[in-house]
Design a binder for this molecule. Sequence first.
Ligand code: ZN
Length: 278
Amino acid sequence: MNILTFDIEDWYCNCVYTDLDWEKYECRLYEGVDMILDELDKRNIKATCFCLGWIADYHPSIIKKIYDAGHHIGCHSYQHQLLTGFDEKQFLEDTRKAKSALESVIGDVVDAYRAPAWTIGYDNAWVLEKLAEMGFVYDCSIFPAKHSFGGFPNYGKAEPAIIRFDNGSFIKEFPVSTKVMLGNHFVFSGGGYFRFFPLRSIIRWTKQQDYSMCYFHTQDFDTGQPNVSKDLPLVRRFKTYYGIKGAFEKFKSFLDEFEFVNIREADQMIDWKEKTLK
Ligand SMILES: [Zn+2]
């Protein structure tokens, strides 16, 4: 099972920037989203797109276009602030605001969530129960390896699971897939990792897995985005800009190799009775 997801955010939404006054920046998403939608349409792939609530408020036609093309709309917070900096009240406010902004644009329920920068870990795993309370059916925020902002290295096996809470509610978790090498989990199926590793290796590793969760952003392919590397720490600079040139061709070749589904389609393919995790 290969799941294809996108995080719909723009170049200025990077979580290392503290400036949240985004209206002044050039929006590159119109072009970036069109490029992706064209390629998905050619291959009849319906992806899950985790979108920022802010984009729904300020550039609603982008979200509407993705939805009208038949893709599954998920929530990626309001303005990409790290959940590790939120208490419960702030998290609930941010998520409700984002969910309702997205739902009012598409006129449909938003049932899937992905945290900004993979910031659900052991210390704030309470977030998952709150997501279920808010009506989310799916979470795709677990990055079962080390990550500079978040990650959940002790999560366990990177595969879909039902996480049940004491009050009887539950959420279906679809973590990022990893490759285990010498006992360590590492991610290769999205963002900077996809740009970094050779395509041949990525294809081989993907074929070795029963479950693969891929994630991309328009910025992974956008050679025309403003370069803000002087504002970034060295490691982040590398992760943000490495391999952008040529990444879109690589992405298209990757799409040609596999069949892809979105989260809702994946849900239908899983025998959950076999997979319940307490
Ligand atoms: Zn993001």
